[in-house]
Design a protein around this ligand. Structure first.
Ligand code: ATP
Ligand code: MG
Ligand code: MG
Ligand code: MG
Length: 467
């Protein structure tokens, strides 16, 4: 039975409400009162305090559909987008939470019942993972739930110990996977087996020094990717083909045929759709492109989207033309999209225009750099070249890396960062002397430096904000 994304939302939350949970609305993507975090990257983020102290939780059992962004900090899927079937920068996480009400046993039983009885997923296509050494969880799956032990896989901490970020609540997890049976991908386990639900047993708090302290009351935090579950229920082979996402990816149909000979056109079309989706939600919450922190992540996404659209031969202004598709697909579930309609368009247009002027020259320069060095075996773009692109043409490092990667090149990131630090010091010193920060005395042809909100010397912070 096929299910729309919206039916998946409803089925999930209704199931947990039926099981005693309180349904709460999604918190903002921009975390409130949490400087340790760039964006809400999981359903548990708004409840961080309740895991640390459940006695203060107004409801002990909660279910949500949470807006998430993973485009910076500890959880950063920006480079995956377009190249895997399952990663977005913006996605929705369905979750159920227990703040001391129930533990891992009940959580596992409830999850399995939802998957098997509500969604009717056949057991032959399911597999679960547990943390190596977590015998209790293994036994719940094997002897209580009755899962064949050939379907239970033990994995290390990289996969089955979940942390929100460098600090905060964390603990062992158990995850549920779906066999996509896609034999084109059979050599890659990771692509064939789709992870769709993570059940985390919050048992520790990691301090700023990295040490683990056991929590007085163990809690439960689960997260299921809405788009991934929709892909399973709709029988499609990628998140991008599910109804609400596909409606955005289909922008290419309005723009005529994608550039001829563009082997990766589908990835590019998906990148544009993904980045417009994420940008629309961030702008709706008041984020604006800037050179630091959250604003810089937004700027990077928009600029990457502009570049991908241009590669497909789309006319200028493409991001603003794609944005209404996001509202059309998701506006009913997220009224903030309609409320911010004008601002979303205006910000996308302004940022694209700002970048459009230097993008062409920057790309041409980058192509020249690669052509000049093509004779050598060493396909590395120097830090100096990457820094010049950044400084003169407003190319975020990750954009240069993305372009480089397409041609099989890498970038000397260490040298780039050294130069960036030096540039920062220089402009700080120049500011102290009271001039414009440009000691050559020339007007920079650099849109990046001229844009509103530019704070010289703060760009590097965007890379050091950890979540
Ligand atoms: P993956 O290994 O596929 O990158 P993950 O282990 O990083 O996923 P979790 O941190 O366990 O993901 O998040 C819980 C659930 O959220 C995942 O099981 C998945 O269904 C969903 N999810 C995570 N990252 C993304 C993403 N970038 N896009 C869409 N859904 C995601
Ligand atoms: Mg991941
Ligand atoms: Mg994983
Ligand atoms: Mg996971």
């Amino acid at each position: 039975c096929s299910m729309t994304a919206n039916e998946v939302r409803t089925r999930f939350t209704e199931y947990f409400v039926k099981n005693g949970h309180r349904r709460l609305v999604s918190a903002n993507i921009v975390p409130q009162n949490d400087k340790s975090l760039l964006f809400t990257n999981a359903g548990m983020v708004p409840f961080k305090q309740h895991f640390l102290d459940p006695s203060g939780a107004p409801h002990k059992m909660v279910t949500t559909v949470q807006k998430c962004v993973r485009a910076g900090g500890k959880h950063n899927d920006l480079d995956q987008v377009g190249y895997t079937a399952r990663h977005h920068t913006f996605f929705e996480m369905l979750g159920n939470f227990s703040f001391g009400a129930y533990g891992k046993r009940e959580a596992i039983h409830m999850a399995w019942k939802f998957v098997r009885e509500e969604l009717q997923l056949p057991v032959e296509r399911l597999r679960v993972t547990v943390l190596e050494g977590d015998q209790e969880t293994y036994e719940i799956w094997r002897s209580e739930v009755g899962v064949d032990e050939r379907r239970i896989v033990r994995r290390g901490e990289d996969d089955n110990f979940w942390s929100m970020g460098a600090e905060g609540p964390c603990g062992p997890s158990t995850e549920i996977f779906w066999d996509t049976q896609d034999m084109r991908l059979a050599e890659s386990d990771e692509e064939r087996w789709l992870e769709f639900w993570n059940l985390v047993f919050m048992e520790y708090e990691r301090g700023s020094d990295g040490a683990l302290t056991p929590l007085a009351t163990p809690c439960v935090d689960t997260g299921m990717g809405l788009e991934r579950m929709a892909s399973i229920m709709q029988g499609v082979s990628s998140n991008f083909e599910t109804n609400e996402v596909a409606a955005v990816v289909n922008w290419v149909e309005d723009e005529g045929t994608p550039a001829e000979g563009q082997g990766n056109w589908l990835a590019l079309a998906r990148i544009v759709a993904d980045h417009v989706r994420a940008s629309a939600f961030l702008i709706a919450e008041g984020v604006e492109p800037s050179n630091t922190g959250r604003g810089y992540v937004l700027r990077r996404m928009i600029r990457r989207g502009v570049r991908a659209g241009r590669q497909l031969g789309a006319a200028p202004g493409v991001l603003a033309r794609v944005a209404p598709r996001v509202e059309a697909a998701m506006g009913a579930a997220y009224p903030e999209l309609a409320m911010a309609r004008q601002r979303i368009i205006a910000v996308l247009e302004a940022e694209e225009r700002l970048f459009q002027r230097t993008l062409g020259r920057g790309l041409a320069e980058l192509a020249e750099i690669m052509a000049r060095k093509e004779d050598g075996l060493n396909r590395v773009i120097s830090g100096a070249d990457a820094y010049a692109l950044y400084d003169t043409h407003g190319f975020p490092l990750d954009l240069t890396q993305a372009v480089a990667r397409d041609g099989g090149w890498t970038v000397d990131v260490a040298e780039f960062e050294r130069l960036q630090r030096a540039g920062r010091e220089q402009s700080k010193a120049a500011r102290a002397e009271g001039d414009s920060g440009n000691d050559a005395g020339v007007v920079p042809e650099n849109d990046y430096d001229l844009c509103a909100g530019f704070a010289p010397g703060t760009v590097a912070e965007a890379h050091s904000v950890h979540d």
